[in-house]
Design a protein around this ligand. Sequence first.
Ligand SMILES: Nc1nc2c(c(=O)[nH]1)N[C@H]1C(S)=C(S)[C@@H](COP(=O)(O)O)O[C@H]1N2
Ligand SMILES: [Mo]
Length: 416
Amino acid sequence: MASNGSDRRQFLKRTAALGVAAGAGLAVGGPSTQAQQAPQGEHIHREPPRRGARYNIDHLTHYTPLQDYAGVITPASVHFVQQHSSEFPNIDPATHRLTIHGLVDRPLSFSMDDLKRLPSVSRVHFVECHANSSPGSHNPASYKNQNLGMPVQFIHGMASTSEWSGVPFSVLLNEAGLKKEASWLVLEGGDQGKFTHTLPLAKALDDCFVAYGQNGENLRIEQGFPIRALVPGWEGPFNVKYLKHIKVVDQPYHTWNESMNHSVSRKDIGDKARWYHFQWATKSLITRPSAGMQMPKGYVQITGLAWSGAGRITKVEISTDGGKSWKEAKIQGPVHSKAHTRFTYDWAWNGEEAVFMSRATDETGDVQPTVAELGKNWQIPPEDWKKEERPRAIHFNAIQPWKVNRDGSIIDAMFI
Ligand SMILES: Nc1nc2c(c(=O)[nH]1)N[C@H]1C(S)=C(S)[C@@H](COP(=O)(O)O)O[C@H]1N2
Ligand SMILES: [Mo]
């Protein structure tokens, strides 16, 4: 397993290199068929993805350059990508259908025109891979590879925020009529591997929607064109792309992606895996200045992003003395629920060594933990974080400390 793990990392590194070229806006090749079907998305042309290595579940990963944009909306062309197949499906929106079946009164099949005729919503939400920021990515050897982008991009760039538009699950399920035993949904994508994930019915009816729009355009192909599930605040894999089937069932199914690929054993539950991780907890990080950049002497605006899967961010604090004291950052509005929230803080660097970081609080009062607090909750012994092969932990939301050295260079101080 360990060797497979490192093969996988190697592979992720290689595929990520591709993402940086795309992120820089390099137009490679002529217009694709998909782009003709999605005429507004012409800026996304890029080199076709390459196939993965023998031992890996085919994976295509691109990281969002969090350090490079302002505000909270991630330009669609640099939205992160986490795709469990060797290529992106080429779906014709004219023939694509979404079926709803299982424990319903009337199984239904919707064309894209049907979906666009129905009542719609547009909401700003983050999507974040469950593996984002995980301990293994805090590895200087990895981000010395310039192709991966800045450390903040490589470590934390599997999170992006868009304004998504589409039809609420409640509208669609109401059309189909739910049987009284209905309690879970199984969502299946139309990509090669038929990526499949379960979703509790209560969450689906609460605030989930089938999205066809991303920042006013059609979904980008990498984000699930022509439609994807949008499950606000919950981990990435719930947001099934290329959505094709919704099966209504009466129990949680353990789909392959959940039980094999996305489970991590945990000490605190006797080395068993917790199969269902749901909502992202409160999280924030300083995106500028951050590791790999040069700290200017004198005035510098510290800025970054904060978010929570439970709702709105209410407070962000900054420490520039390694967590001894905290001062409140300014939050830029409007503040959206379950979305990246921009914060800023005025600082003047005096040329001395310093460790600076952000700590967010959300509207439920949840405060972002330190890595020590996280380790305590998850029963990961502190010395394990120092090992070369760090504990595999997903759902990682620890406070991110950056350290500035006397020469102005900045490094990742999460595990030092
Ligand atoms: N059909 C399909 N849906 C999918 C995936 C996939 O590989 N295929 N990857 C999932 C995972 S693991 C994540 S983190 C998010 C990533 O969404 P993005 O690629 O739009 O950023 O999509 C989820 N939905
Ligand atoms: Mo993911």
